[in-house]
Design a protein around this ligand. Structure first.
Ligand code: FES
Length: 320
């Protein structure tokens, strides 16, 4: 995926659903239907601001069978590097954006006997599209949704309509929390668990499942976090004969793109492996923030995922 393959869309609906979350409806400028997708898919939204281009991933929360428009939920991030603030402050009804084709890195397992879905905050969004399929199907599921307080609980009416008794809500403000250990130990064999939310919640669920003996293939998670900030550094792109400067608040991938060099991507979150780039030389530390490279690959120091990873060095040469 790169910007040449994006679809032009118009914002035809905006709704403030909680103090921090806005809900956007995007329709194709050319009319007709948008590409088909399945529950758990995300798109990259390309936002062209005056000073900077943002490309952020957002889960599709519309029903997969309704392709006249897509729906996304955007949380205003306190530590935003600009993308969520752009969506909240600059995007209006009628604004035009570009989106990448949907990609699904968080689909439901087709042969699972049961699905346990765990969401924290804005992490509820991929499950909204899943619920459309689960509602129509026969596989058992339960949805556990943890959120700060009742006024921060987004999409409650829709969740209740779709999930009914399968839905359980936990409010931090009322000292309620998901007992992950109890939840995972009472599931039948063949159950798959899916978690989307803050990093701490994902780590806790994954670690609890593993220590309870769940196979890796039955544990699924998705995290769309902004690329970590870090010290500024320079990278030399050998094939392009270009040096790019990477400021503290910009990712290596964004800096390369700003220099006019395209790198393929799908997730922009260190998960899919699409942006993997060969490191030709490095005289310092590669800071791997991805979830894709193995420990062995990291120790070889021959690859980097520029969407989330950085370097602390004086000389970094990439095969781009
Ligand atoms: S774009 Fe998916 S790992 Fe970088």
């Amino acid at each position: 995926m790169n910007d040449a393959e994006t679809i032009a869309v118009e914002v035809i609906g905006i709704e403030q659903v909680t103090p921090l979350i806005k809900y956007f409806t995007l329709a194709p400028l050319a009319g007709g239907a948008l590409p088909a997708f399945s529950g758990g898919s995300h798109i990259i939204v390309v936002m062209r601001g005056a000073a900077r281009v943002h490309r952020n991933p957002y889960s599709l929360l519309s029903a997969p069978q309704e392709l006249g428009s897509y729906e996304i939920g955007v949380r205003r991030m306190e530590e935003s590097r600009g993308g969520s603030h752009f969506m909240h402050d600059a995007v209006r009804l009628g604004s035009r954006l570009e989106i990448a084709h949907p990609v699904n890195l968080f689909g439901l397992d087709k042969i699972a006997r049961k699905h346990v879905l765990i969401a924290g905050g804005i992490g509820i969004t991929p499950f909204l599209a899943h619920l459309e399929d689960l509602h129509a199907g026969t596989v058992a599921y339960e949805l556990h949704y943890s959120v700060r307080s009742p006024d921060h609980a987004a999409f409650l009416e829709r969740l209740r309509r779709r999930a009914g008794d399968q839905l359980r809500i936990y409010y931090d403000s009322e000292a309620q929390s998901i007992d992950v250990e109890a939840l995972l130990t009472r599931q039948p064999l063949g159950t798959h668990v899916y978690v989307c939310g803050p990093a701490g919640m994902i780590e806790h669920v994954v670690a609890t499942a593993k220590s309870a003996g769940w196979p890796d293939s039955h544990i699924h998670w998705e995290q769309f976090s902004a690329p970590p900030v870090g010290d500024a550094f320079d990278a030399f792109l050998a094939r392009s004969n270009l040096t790019v400067h990477v400021p503290p608040d910009r990712s290596l991938l964004e800096s390369i793109e700003a220099a006019g060099v395209e790198v393929p991507y799908l997730c922009r979150g260190g998960v899919c492996g699409f942006c993997r780039t060969r490191v030709l030389e490095v005289d310092g530390e590669l800071i791997h923030n991805d979830h894709f490279l193995s420990d062995a690959e990291r120790s070889q120091r021959r690859s980097i995922m520029p969407c989330v990873s950085r370097a602390r060095c004086r000389n970094l040469v990439l095969d781009l």
